[in-house]
Every structure is written in C-alpha cells, then in structure tokens.
Design a protein around this ligand. Structure first.
Ligand code: SF4
Length: 291
C-alpha cells in the first residue's frame, strides 16, 4: 500500500511549510497528478503569515495543478480568499483578539484553534463533510513522534475547563509522512538539493519556500524562542509593530516573560549581538498538532 494514496473523504491540511508541501506533492503524485473528487486541500491564513509563505502556497497549487482552498477565520465561520485577496496585515488574527478581548499565549493557544483548526472544520462542513466523517491528513514526519502522539490524543479528546473529555464524534487523523518513514532531511533535500541546507542555489523543484525554518508561521509568533524573536526583530525591526499594538490595546502580553517592547529594548541595547538559538526549535507547523 502506498501511504500517499488517500481514501476520501479527506481534507489535507496544508500549513504553508516545506513539510506539508512535500506531503502534498507525494499525494498528488500517488494519484497520478489529480486528486480524487472527495479529497480536498486547505490552507488557513492568519493574516500574519510571511509573504514568502503565501507565495509558496500559491506556487504549489499553480505549478502542481492542485486546487488549494485559501481560508480565513470569521466570527460566523470562515471566508474563502485567494493569493491576491488574502489578508496581509493580521486582520483575521486581530478580529479574533478583539472578539476575545484578550491575547493568546502558550498556555491558551486559541489562536491556532480558531484561526487554523476551527476554520478547517467549518470549511469541511461547508463541503458536506460532517465532523468525524472524513480523514484529516496531517503533515507530521516520522521524526516528530511526540507531535503525532499529541495530535492523536487531540483527535480523541477535547479540553473543557482544562479537563479532557472524549470528542463526539472523534476526529480521524492520518499521517502519511510518518507511515512512509519520511524524516526532516528527506523534506529538505526535496526542496534544497543534496545538502538539504538553506539557503541553497540548487532548487530541484524549481522553487522553494525561501525562509529559514524558524521564519515560518506567524511572523513573530510567541511560541518562537526568545533568541529567535530577537533575531527576527534585528532582521526586520518593523515586524514588532502589529504585536506591540495588540499588547497595548489589550493591556496584556503574548509572553509574560518578554513583552514585545522588552524584546525591542533588548535588541536596541545590543544591536550587533546574535543570540544562540536552536534552529529546529520552531520547525513545528502551527495548526497541525493542537486544539
Ligand atoms: S503561528 Fe503562533 S501566533 Fe500564529 S496561530 Fe500559530 S500559535 Fe498562534
């Protein structure tokens, strides 16, 4: 059995990263270049994705002839957008924060839950896939065992007031990359050539995401380590504006140890220093493992 042959009904979650892009390519290939009618692909845009991510999603769809449904969270469900009309100034994320009247953080990570997961569910219902009736195809690799376990757990249980209760119905999750024993280096070589190192002049697919592993997802996501966020601020000081504005508006913080304005001060006081950080630290693709 080819793990990349998907039995519908199914929804492929495309995060806009290299791993889920690789998975999509293998699935399309396994189906002879055309997905079955009851297998759909969705990308949920938070509005804080990097422009490179949006372009990458667009290129995967147009170069491989795959319809990727671009979705954005709305209070009454979701809206279908496209590469040109996608939000680029955090509009869905800001609307969610305004509605919640507070900020998400690493303990209350409802930004992923609403902007990614619930948005995907709403889309699935809109195409006639009732909850629990279809497979969610998730791009977790064989070297991401703990995330797979967490994702399987989340498929069966939902937390209510911090207590896990069984989902009714349970979600059906599928991990073709793990089944095929694909690890990170397989993915990096697919996009970046034999060394798998970024940046690379050798792009076997003719295009690539064009971002270092820690630059994906929302541009200054609070889940990124402090060293990474400082590096991002050094590289592009304007990245802080949106996040600082939200902290001021809500009189709160995304990360109680480090307000965005504190990180800016740190960077200003040591503008030429680079913090050590683990480049694998934020290789996770938001939206695949939580909620
Ligand atoms: S990338 Fe970070 S900030 Fe963006 S939705 Fe995911 S967890 Fe939230």
């Amino acid at each position: 059995m080819n793990p990349f042959r998907i039995d519908g009904p199914a929804l492929i979650s495309f995060s806009g990263g290299r791993t889920s892009g690789y998975m999509l390519h293998r699935i399309v290939e396994a189906h002879g270049g055309q997905l079955p009618d009851n297998v759909h692909v969705a990308f949920a845009n938070t509005g804080k994705e990097r422009e490179e991510t949006l372009r990458f999603v667009h290129e995967c769809g147009s170069r491989w002839g795959v319809k990727i449904n671009w979705l954005e969270w709305r209070r009454d469900g979701f809206e279908q957008v496209g590469f040109n009309s996608a939000s680029r100034d955090g509009e869905p994320f800001r609307a969610l924060i305004d509605w919640k009247q507070r900020l998400p953080n690493s303990f209350e990570r409802w930004c992923t839950e609403f902007l990614k997961v619930k948005t995907m569910f709403a889309f699935a219902r809109s195409i006639g896939f009732p909850d629990g009736s279809y497979a969610e195809v998730i791009g977790l690799r064989n070297d991401e065992g703990h995330r797979i376990l967490k994702s399987m757990d989340n498929a069966k249980f939902v937390k209510r007031k911090g207590v896990p209760v069984p989902r009714d119905p349970a979600r059906r999750v599928s991990f073709p990359l793990a089944k095929a024993k694909i690890v990170k280096m397989d993915v990096m070589r697919f996009w970046l050539g034999p060394t798998g190192a970024f940046p690379s002049d050798d792009l076997p697919q003719g295009f690539d995401l064009g971002l270092a592993p820690w630059e994906g997802n929302c541009d200054l996501c609070f889940l990124k380590g402090k060293g990474i966020r400082k590096r991002l601020i050094r590289d592009n000081p304007s990245v802080t504006e949106w996040w600082k504005e939200r902290e001021i508006e809500q009189a709160g913080f995304f990360d109680k140890r480090d307000l965005v304005s504190d990180l800016v001060q740190d960077v200003l006081s040591s503008p030429s220093l680079f913090d050590d950080f683990d480049t694998d630290e934020f290789d996770a693709e938001c939206g695949l493992v939580c909620a």
